[in-house]
Write a protein that binds this ligand. Structure first.
Ligand SMILES: *Cc1c(COP(=O)(O)O)cnc(C)c1O
Length: 483
């Protein structure tokens, strides 16, 4: 048996590359990423490709390894080329973010040291760091220091945690579901609908609250709906507002909704995944006031703080309620006692073992300081206003003043189907690839979206988009669409 063990050890030690192999591998990886970063301004934002990464399958997982050079070739051709390049400043569709570099270094360190960030006993420092970040975010949204939360993989899971917490805190048992009422905007993010279903609440009564002309919840309508439901002996228990809708960037009237929630003893959740970090700017702080009235809130550093994908945050004003839905007991964890003021992520979220995500947020915040983040966010607000006025000069219709950094606009050709025209225009812009834009349907109209949140988007990027739009409109109207 000892011989066999020693024989196995020889091969298993290959998992610990020696210093020279570490160096060579690391340098090639760094060279590859440096080449990308050096060139990022010239790379296409969208690459249409026919094979779409198919060649990956020609290199199956097998007994023997390959060299890093070959692995990089596979990545370069099949992963880092086809489709959207979200690291590009030209990413102006969906909700962009970008991927700041110091965050990547934070991930690198987190992975090398592999600290166990799920439980305070195992890594008090990692848990303290994550809790400190949660306290900082609580503070900027106006929550008290008794609030808590969790660093999740993204906004969708953060919404799920909030809705599960709301369900339990409001005492919604299986037998109550059919008479419990949730109030939503039709503009709420689809991850909220998904979370409601996953949380076992699909049979709740879902009321879509009427919106005003700027796609915001009308508080008086909400109040009336709740009063009618109470009269019918139903149980209103959850209101979801958005602080920056994904579609148009609308901010629901947060303070008024907060008052209604409080007066009716209804849980108030705000989805600020997209817009929340604008609170760091003066304009955002003013527009987002009222966030502090909510019971739970979602905010996405991989959007508003430009981190690489993989970090959302849920904040819950009353930590005991978050814990009541997510505590755990296990005999084998009996030694893992924590501190009262430094709760462990494992008792506040569905996860046990987890990535030490805090470091990818802490390192860039510490190295840069807050100021560049603040200014980058303000720059995005101004770029949206600039685009809004310039695109109208090109003959587009953009009748909503941008609330944050999303602008909706469409071209109305003199003849022909306007929806078809805008769809073709979108396809032309995406196929061109210099910039990437997306679309939505508003009141039955195919509408183009300018969503500005990539940290690499600057004035020159917006000028480029305007130039591309002008070119493509000319092309489409010349080709017989316009008389
Ligand atoms: C992006 C977004 C989400 C979902 O967040 P993910 O991080 O993509 O899971 C939820 N709500 C809003 C308003 C968003 O913009």
């Amino acid at each position: 048996m000892r011989d066999k063990i020693i024989q196995l050890e020889k091969i298993s030690r290959m998992l610990e590359p020696e210093k020279e192999l570490r160096r060579v591998t690391r340098e090639l990886v760094i060279d590859y990423s440096e080449e990308f970063l050096d060139n990022i301004e010239n790379l296409k934002t969208y690459n249409q490709s026919r094979d779409m990464g198919l060649a990956l399958l020609d290199s199956p997982i097998s007994e023997e390894g390959i060299g890093i050079e070959d692995a990089i070739v596979l990545l370069a051709e099949n992963v880092d080329k086809p489709g959207l390049n979200p690291a590009s400043g030209g990413h102006l569709g969906y909700i962009p973010g970008g991927g700041i570099y110091f965050s990547a270094l934070g991930d690198y360190l987190a992975d090398v040291f592999n600290r166990y960030a799920g439980v305070f006993y195992a890594s008090p420092g990692a848990v303290r760091m994550e809790n400190m970040l949660i306290r900082w975010m609580s503070e900027i949204v106006g929550y008290p220091s008794s609030a808590s939360g969790n660093l999740t993989t993204g906004g969708s899971l953060a919404n799920l945690i909030a809705i599960v917490t709301a369900r339990d805190a409001m005492g919604i048992r299986a037998e109550d579901v059919g008479r419990s009422v949730i109030y939503l905007s039709s503009q709420a993010h689809h991850s909220v609908d998904k979370a409601i279903r996953i949380a076992g609440l699909r049979e709740c009564l879902i009321r879509y609250v009427p919106l005003d002309e700027k796609y915001r919840i009308v508080p008086a309508a909400l109040e009336k709906m709740i009063a009618e439901d109470v009269k019918m002996a139903l149980k209103p228990f959850l209101i979801v507002a958005s602080a920056g809708t994904t579609d148009v960037g609308a901010i629901d009237p947060l303070p008024a909704i907060g008052d209604i929630a409080q007066n009716n003893n209804v849980w108030y959740h705000i989805d600020a995944a997209y817009g929340g970090f604008f609170v760091l700017t003066d304009e955002g702080k003013y527009k987002l006031s009222g966030m502090e009235k909510s019971d739970s809130l979602v905010i996405d550093p991989h959007k508003g703080l430009f981190l690489p994908y993989g970090l959302g945050v849920v904040l819950i004003k009353d930590r005991a309620k978050l814990n009541a839905s997510h505590y755990y007991n296990a005999n084998y964890m009996q030694d893992a006692v924590g501190l009262d003021d430094e709760p462990s992520p494992a008792e506040l979220s569905p996860e046990l073992t987890k990535h030490f995500r805090g470091l990818r947020l802490w390192l860039p915040l510490k190295l840069h300081g807050l100021r560049p983040f603040r200014d980058c966010l303000e720059e995005k607000l101004l770029l949206a206003k600039y685009f809004h006025s310039e695109v109208e000069k090109l003959g587009f219709i953009s009748d909503l003043e941008p609330e944050l950094s999303v602008v909706v606009y469409r071209y109305e050709p003199k003849s022909g189907d306007a929806n078809q025209f805008n769809k073709r225009l979108l396809n032309e812009v995406v196929a061109d690839g210099r910039v990437f834009i997306s679309s939505t349907m508003l009141k039955g109209k195919f509408t183009l979206r300018f969503a500005c949140l990539a940290f690499r988007t600057h004035l020159s990027t917006v000028e480029m988009l305007l130039k591309v739009l002008k070119e493509k409109v000319a092309k489409l109207t010349d080709s017989g669409n316009e008389p």
